[in-house]
Design a protein around this ligand. Structure first.
Ligand SMILES: [Fe+2]
Ligand SMILES: [Fe+2]
Length: 140
């Protein structure tokens, strides 16, 4: 397992916490599929499937936050969106390289060294401030 669900920092909006939980669940499954493959079990197809699921989930995660920020005119929307866009750029090039090279280690090391540390920091900073702001308008 990459990360226990209980280790995800909590923000003031439950619907955002749920999205983060779901993302870590999918990320754990992708990570597990890679570890299985590296142990000589599992398959590249399984990794491919989980990677696509992860990719789609990140798109949904980011756009759900962006919709709320736009709707309620969040003051730091461009900054928050800038962080999302930066990671989407990384994921797009990772996806391209994956399709060409099919090297699971590449995805694994990206998740460990880039995506997860970034996400933890992003939730504790951008998402925390955003959720606090939105919680004045949205009840969940
Ligand atoms: Fe988030
Ligand atoms: Fe975010």
């Amino acid at each position: 397992m990459l990360l226990d669900i209980s280790e995800i920092p909590k923000v003031a909006l439950e619907r955002m916490n749920k999205v983060h939980e779901e993302e870590i669940k999918i990320l754990n499954q992708l990570y597990e599929a890679i570890e299985e493959f590296q142990k000589g079990k599992g398959s590249l197809e399984e990794i491919d499937k989980k990677f696509e699921e992860f990719f789609q989930d990140v798109l949904k995660h980011f756009s759900s936050e962006q919709e709320m920020m736009e709707q309620y005119n969040f003051f730091a929307y461009p900054m928050h969106r800038g962080e999302h866009d930066m990671v989407l750029g990384q994921l797009h090039s990772l996806k391209k390289r994956w399709e060409k090279e099919k090297n699971p280690e590449m995805i694994k090391s990206y998740i460990e060294k880039e995506f997860l540390p970034w996400l933890m920091n992003h939730i504790q900073t951008m998402d925390t401030v955003t959720a606090h702001f939105l919680s004045h308008f949205i009840r969940d």
